[in-house]
Design a protein around this ligand. Structure first.
Ligand SMILES: O=C(O)[C@H](O)[C@@H](O)[C@H](O)[C@H](O)COP(=O)(O)O
Length: 238
């Protein structure tokens, strides 16, 4: 489903409502809520909203387990860190117990080993069905999402839950959830706004199937729901 908004604050409010609803449904059903956060700049307004009354009081933060959909393999204090951004805008302002927050970063371990360990944590915390309650995603102007970049091998990974790999053009490693894990989620929310997303949004939602070029076409939940939160500028061509 595509939800289109004139104003960015309306988009963020609607995304916050989805977050609150999926959290309260999950907590009522199973006692806790598992969410994967996204990086980039797109979720900034949503995180700020969730950290502020009256939204903040509507989530039972002590029952929330926080993971990430993808990360740049940099220390937590690096300005490129997706986790750092989420801590500053959201996690430092809400009472999620520290041991329930799982940044995609650790010292003294390779990205590959880390990916295996992260998969083990997911297997433990997403037990028994391996499903996230909610995964937040953004989309780049080139049609990538999470760290599924065009023409990378991770697009074809069907067994591993988490992959760490070197992304040549950015000269850094990336850690990312894989296609099967993301598509197993109960809910996926993709946030894409601004004119520079218009071409990719058109190609991803209405263009010919070409997942190598537009990896966000791979977002296709098997038994869940996806909502695209877009603004008029991003939606100019759809
Ligand atoms: O670490 C990252 O870069 C991401 O998680 C990535 O997939 C992001 O969501 C898109 O690149 C959109 O980025 P913007 O929100 O900054 O446009």
């Amino acid at each position: 489903m595509v939800r289109k908004f004139n104003e960015l604050n309306q988009l963020n409010e609607a995304a916050a409502e989805l977050f609150i609803q999926t959290a309260s449904d999950a907590i009522a059903r199973q006692g806790h809520f598992t969410v994967a956060l996204t990086g980039g700049s797109s979720p900034l307004g949503l995180y700020q909203l969730l950290a502020t009354p009256p939204y903040r009081e509507r989530v039972q933060w002590k029952q929330v387990y926080v993971f990430w959909g993808d990360e740049r393999w940099v220390p937590l204090d690096d300005e490129r860190s997706n986790a750092r951004m989420a801590f500053e805008t959201l996690l430092e302002h809400v009472p999620v117990p520290e041991e329930q927050i799982f940044p995609m970063w650790a010292e003294g371990i390779s990205p590959d080993e880390f990916a295996r360990e992260y998969e083990q944590s997911l297997r433990l915390h997403l037990h028994p069905d391996g499903r996230f309650d909610l995964i937040l995603l953004g989309m780049g102007g080139d049609g990538h999402t999470a760290s599924w970049f065009p023409h990378t091998a991770v697009l074809h990974e069907r067994n591993k839950w988490v992959v760490g790999y070197y992304l040549e053009p950015q000269e850094m490693h990336r850690i990312t959830l894989t296609v099967p894990v993301i598509n197993r989620a109960r809910h996926i929310a993709v946030i894409a706004y601004g004119q520079n997303k218009a071409d990719a949004l058109y190609e991803v939602l209405e263009g010919q199937r070409n997942v190598e070029q537009y990896p966000a076409q791979l977002i296709s939940p098997t038994d869940g729901q996806v909502v695209w939160f877009v603004d008029d500028a991003a939606a100019a061509k759809i």
